[in-house]
Design a protein around this ligand. Structure first.
Ligand code: ADP
Ligand code: ZN
Ligand code: ZN
Length: 758
């Protein structure tokens, strides 16, 4: 009888699995350890932790029997990776052409990858069923203030509070023990007993959906009731009540006893989302984000897997988590490019979510005001059901948008050194800003460029401050310590006072960043010597909001509604709800339209619409001023006059004509090394290696748009195929050979399926 072997996925860059013997002392209850258990194995001279992916007969192994090695130990008694999760890993590995073992290690929290025990038990405290205020009064002395506080904290947070939450609330163990001794509360651990957490309840009454909202909701509800997959594109303008639709759909899933996964693009949006959900539902809400430490991540992973977490709010990677009983996936701002992972396993969370929804037979809801062209095409091809919300819900009216020609004249200010400086703010924009402030309202000024100025140049000889490590200019950061910084590699140096080439003192800062704009706005609106009425100017970007809690504090300050100017980058453009912001100014709409990246117009328009959505979200009407040097640009005019969808249709036609995604399927092979020539040779060799097929276009070797970055050179090869199958067949047949080519030795090669840009 052939021996049964364990086939194991190991975290190595090799595109294969490995077979091992299972010695008798590694059996679990006299049986082979289950598929999905972790094992510790010898691998060359190392010891690795891997996952059993199959049991196979020794006759099916291509390793001779006498070469097989036994595993050291099995780390789990029962599978910790479900068949469903393994299936996902296999699909990811095949679709993204990424080794299975490494795919699994991307999907799992590091303590799991390191072979640490899963059952780091966390204690949850809760009231014993049936205990209410009356029973508590019989058992707790009136003056035991702290015990009463603890009692109320548990009562107000059903079904339970974890140790960590208890600590956060400032409750200490002594009070818990006292309540426990009195038979009011009990503690439970998370090892399976919490599988059936209390049924979620409504905390507040849902709004009555309008007709448009109701139609979408019914579409989702029907799919859920029929246990069917359905991919839904909810295309609703900002403020049209998408979130309210989410809440209704979530409640339907929760009431069916299912978990709901809500993906959000950024960590900054999670506290807000959580607050909105917890004011509606009494349920276990679990927030997953990149700022968590290993322990927190493991806890979240376990809570999702056990079913304890009922609502899961997370960024991109939560789409790779295990779930006990998932009933609905919602992707908010589904067009956002942060859903695409840009290194290692380069997955797109929307595509993964749709695949998972299909497998699980559940609806997947993609919500956005500005669908990506890929998502619009899927809707046109009938692969997503599209629903539109075209009216703002509640009382708010849509903001009006207006193009302003920068060439018609901008305001200048006098700098500290007495020189006059152009502000890039048009006179009419300034007039509008003034009016809104005088009305007691807030103004948001959007400029997607942080720092003081993107270029420092010598007026004498033309020298420019460039990064020594990258093909890029250094950005001038005048505050707080006058430095030049590279936004690509992090290089940083003091700003010279004279030109390093010709010693001239005439160094000019060219272009505009948020910090310079903030300074100019201060000169116009914040200087008590020149203006009778001054207003605060808040600069909001990655630089100023770096400190922990800074953003939260700023957020609260904005919500006070005090008249002020908010100047910032993308950070303030996304999803926030600032009721008193009534005017939005886009300082330089052309920044993105002129970029060579083919996705740039799409992304720029999405950003403009998104930031415009910040204007007039409450009861005051909003205005959006879009400054441009090309007021006749037909694309821009279409966007303003006819909206994002009309704009997107033009772009789609263009993409179709040019044979670009989503009308073709792309893969980008990148090579990276410290040696320019070797990088180029590697890509040239790879290009030669690929077959010539009628449905496959190859770019040939090209240097990446930023060839040198952090002292490494980047070359690439773009593949465009009419159909997905051609692309994947070619890659399945050749990618592994390419990795083995002699010229690719020592070169970092990567493959990006459905890349965002090139
Ligand atoms: P979006 O997510 O599309 O930006 P929201 O769901 O946040 O929109 O809704 C915008 C505003 O409209 C919120 O203040 C919300 O409470 C309100 N709202 C949404 N749906 C309704 C409704 N059916 N009736 C009344 N007000 C609504
Ligand atoms: Zn010079
Ligand atoms: Zn650099």
């Amino acid at each position: 009888m052939p021996t049964t072997l364990l086939r194991i996925a190991l975290p190595t860059p090799l595109y294969r699995s490995f077979d091992y013997l299972c010695p008798s002392d590694c059996l679990v209850d006299h049986q082979l350890p289950q598929v999905g258990c972790r094992v510790r194995v010898p691998f060359g001279r190392q010891e690795l932790v891997g996952i059993i992916i199959a049991h196979i007969a020794s006759s099916d192994s291509d390793v001779p029997f006498d070469k097989l090695k036994p595993i050291y130990e099995c780390l789990d008694d029962t599978a910790i990776i479900s068949d469903e999760l393994l299936h996902l890993a296999n699909w990811l590995s095949a679709y993204y052409h990424y080794p299975l073992g490494e795919t699994l290690s991307v999907m799992l929290p590091s303590p799991i990858n390191q072979g640490k025990p899963t059952a780091k038990t966390c204690t949850f405290w809760q009231l014993i069923d049936g205990i209410d205020d009356i029973t508590a009064q019989q058992k707790l002395p009136k003056n035991a203030k702290k015990q009463w506080q603890t009692f109320h904290a548990l009562k107000d947070n059903p079904p339970s509070l974890s140790d960590a939450q208890i600590k956060e609330l400032g409750i200490n163990k002594a009070q818990l023990t006292a309540l426990q001794d009195k038979g009011l509360i009990h503690a439970r651990t998370d090892d399976g007993q919490l599988k059936n957490p209390k049924k979620p309840t409504l905390q507040s009454t849902p709004l009555t959906l309008n007709d448009e909202q109701q139609t979408v909701f019914l579409g989702i509800k029907t799919a859920m009731d029929e246990r069917q997959y359905r991919g839904i594109l909810l295309n609703g303008i900002t403020g049209s009540g998408k979130t309210e639709v989410y809440l209704h759909a979530m409640w339907h899933a929760l009431a069916l006893g299912k978990q709901v996964l809500v993906l959000v693009p950024e960590i900054g949006l999670t506290p807000q989302t959580k607050a909105r959900f917890s004011s509606r539902f009494n349920a276990n809400i679990c927030v997953l984000h990149s700022g968590m430490n290993d322990g927190e991540r493991l806890q979240g992973w376990q809570d999702c897997r056990s079913g304890f977490a009922q609502i899961i709010i997370g960024t991109r990677s939560s789409v790779l988590y295990p779930f006990d009983n998932l009933g609905l996936i919602i992707i908010d701002e589904s067009h956002d490019s942060s859903y695409k992972q840009q290194d290692h396993l380069r997955y797109h969370a929307c595509d993964v979510a749709l695949w998972r929804g299909y497998q699980a037979g559940i609806p997947v809801l993609l919500g956005t005001a500005t669908p990506s062209l890929e998502q619009l095409k899927l809707a046109q091809d009938g692969k997503l059901s599209e629903y539109k919300l075209i009216k703002r819900a509640g009382n708010a009216k849509s903001a009006t948008m207006q193009l302003i020609d920068i060439k018609q004249g901008t305001r200048s200010v006098i700098q500290a050194n007495g020189q006059e400086q152009n502000t890039l703010l048009c006179k009419s924009s300034i007039w509008h800003i003034k009016n809104r402030l005088a009305n007691g309202e807030q103004v948001l000024i959007f400029l997607n460029r942080r720092g003081y100025a993107p270029i420092l140049m010598c007026d004498g000889c033309g020298w420019q401050a460039d990064c020594p490590n990258c093909d890029a200019h250094l950005t001038l950061h005048k505050y707080p310590t006058n430095q030049l910084k590279c936004h690509h590699c992090g290089f940083c140096t003091h700003t010279p006072s004279t030109c390093p080439e010709c010693n001239s003192q005439n160094l000019l800062d060219l272009g505009l960043g948020t910090s310079k704009l903030g300074e100019q706005l201060h000169a116009i609106f914040g200087n008590p010597q020149t203006t009778p009425q001054t207003y605060p100017i808040w600069q909001i970007d990655k630089d100023t909001m770096r400190k922990k809690g800074a953003w939260e504090a700023m957020y609260d300050r904005i919500l006070t509604g005090e008249p002020a100017i908010l100047v910032g980058t993308q950070m303030i453009a996304k999803g926030h709800h600032f009721p008193n912001v009534t005017l939005v100014v886009v300082v330089d709409a052309d920044l993105g339209f002129l970029s060579p990246d083919f996705r740039s117009p799409e992304h720029t328009a999405q950003r403009i619409i998104q930031v415009a959505g910040r204007a007039g979200r409450a009861d005051k009407t909003g205005d959006v001023l879009i400054q441009t040097r090309q007021p006749d640009n037909p694309l821009l005019i279409t966007l303003i006059k006819h909206g994002y969808l009309a704009f997107a249709q033009i772009l789609l036609k263009e993409r179709q004509l040019l044979g670009l995604p989503p009308f073709t399927h792309a893969a980008l092979i990148r090579a990276e090394s410290p040696h320019q020539e070797r990088t180029r040779t590697a890509i040239s060799d790879i290009t030669k290696r690929l077959p010539n097929l009628p449905n496959l276009a190859k770019s040939g070797m090209i240097d990446a748009p930023m060839n040198k970055k952090n002292n490494r050179y980047h070359s690439q090869l773009l593949l465009l195929a009419k159909d997905r199958k051609t692309l994947h067949t070619v890659l399945s047949e050749h990618w592994q050979d390419m990795l083995a080519l002699p010229s690719t030795k020592g070169i970092k090669l990567s493959l990006d399926i459905d890349p965002m840009g090139w």
